[in-house]
Design a protein around this ligand. Structure first.
Ligand SMILES: C[S@@+](CC[C@H](N)C(=O)[O-])C[C@H]1O[C@@H](n2cnc3c(N)ncnc32)[C@H](O)[C@@H]1O
Length: 143
């Protein structure tokens, strides 16, 4: 695997504060509205869910969200906000990790595809997204 290994416990602790501009309502609310609309009452899967910047407010809109995330410290921060039974996350590589269920929406935001540093890994990630989609489901990637 050639994915980034920068997402340490220290980074995870400082992530929300250091990313405050991306938590600002004028940035986050339209993104969450857009994703909630596309989920269309179905469940959503966030690849590279991080500390839940998007997943937590999406859950608050009534969308059932599951995550895949490589960094256990990032997941620990997320689960300080919402318990694992409400927002389950599997620790693993978004290019290869499979979670149970079918999703009407799979999404990968804030340039996080860039954590996969080879074209092969990025193609595998698109395949993995497709693997999790219900018929008619959507994959959203923000770059
Ligand atoms: C810029 S943060 C985005 C987090 C969150 N989606 C957000 O919008 O705030 C990138 C995230 O990608 C995660 N990540 C890096 N490589 C990954 C991989 N191969 N599979 C899953 N997650 C990965 C990092 O640990 C980090 O949490």
């Amino acid at each position: 695997m050639t994915s980034s290994d920068l997402w340490t416990a220290e980074m995870a602790e400082r992530y929300d504060e250091g990313s405050a501009f991306m938590f600002a309502p004028d940035v986050l609310d339209p993104a969450v509205d857009f994703l909630a609309r596309l989920a269309d009452d179905g469940p959503a899967l966030e690849l590279a869910v991080g500390t839940g910047r998007v997943a937590v407010p999406l859950l608050a809109r009534g969308v059932q969200v599951t995550g895949i995330e490589l960094s256990a410290p990032m997941v620990e921060q997320l689960h300080r906000k919402v318990p694992p039974d409400r927002l389950p996350v599997v620790v693993g590589d978004m290019a290869t990790t499979v979670v149970p269920g079918e999703f009407s929406l799979v999404y990968l935001v804030w340039n996080s595809i860039g954590n996969l540093r080879t074209q092969d890994e990025q193609v595998a990630c698109f395949r993995n997204a497709a693997r999790h989609l219900a018929p008619g489901g959507r994959f959203v990637i923000e770059l």
